[in-house]
Design a protein around this ligand. Sequence first.
Ligand SMILES: Nc1ncnc2c1ncn2[C@@H]1O[C@H](COP(=O)(O)OP(=O)(O)OP(=O)(O)O)[C@@H](O)[C@H]1O
Length: 291
Amino acid sequence: MTPDLLKQGAERIAEHAKLRVESTESGGRSAGYGRVVQDRNEVDVSHGRILYLEDVSVSFDGFKAINKLSLDIAPGELRCIIGPNGAGKTTMMDIITGKTRPDEGTVYFGSTIDLLRHNEPEIAQLGIGRKFQKPTVFEQLTVFENLELALKTHKGVKASMFFKLDSVQSGRLAEVLHTIHLADSVSKPAGLLSHGQKQWLEIGMLLMQDPKLLLLDEPVAGMTDHETERTAELFLTLKGKHSLMVVEHDMSFIRTLGGIVTVLCDGSVLAQGTLDQVQADERVIEVYLGR
Ligand SMILES: Nc1ncnc2c1ncn2[C@@H]1O[C@H](COP(=O)(O)OP(=O)(O)OP(=O)(O)O)[C@@H](O)[C@H]1O
């Protein structure tokens, strides 16, 4: 798409949003908590943030796993999250995806979608995809069938019974196959893929749903050095088109990704900056990297 077309598209979206605010029965922006009425597929990133957490806390049996956590991610950003065991990384992802409800705090997707008002399936539909550490592809199905299934699953059981790929979806599937380096293995059963290839396939399944934000938990754990390098290449390709939050322990992988690193400790942000900056931070050395 040319810059002119992009600009025209952005202007149309802005005009559309403006009209909808002005036409709300409650009186629009002045009476409606300043919120634009939102299409399901639209995420308002005009404030420069796709994800925003403020003062989020959750306790399990009196233990504060997340403690006044505040953090935000820019659209298209590739953010790495590190932290010692038990720092709260998984719990934070559980909160963003609706698996765990915080006791207090604010969690927004863009500037208008309050994620705490949505459940897990709704949050996935809104465009937040999550990849757990262990690959969960369907081993008996081919690479193609796994990717096709990702679209069907997203549509719900009834619609999926009559599902047939249209030309746009076929084009997307071909593009995703190429992106995840599996174009040569399209007819291979997923069970015959290497560990790294299974991880890429699962990322591909998420990409079929065109997520705006991807949460990836230890994506290179158990991968060979070569697979780790290719995964870094893959994430750098995805950056910009999608926003990514990557939880990892592998520092050389994080170095290859570049960008901002957030260090979590005891359920809140201990430090944030480039990898060099956080590695030089005395507090970080003490609680994590120096161990
Ligand atoms: N459902 C739960 N019930 C009780 N305690 C929990 C629960 N979930 C997490 N915790 C505790 O909260 C703390 C944070 O756990 P979490 O799994 O989020 O850390 P993490 O940073 O992901 O750790 P790791 O790097 O080991 O995966 C830990 O002390 C953990 O034992």
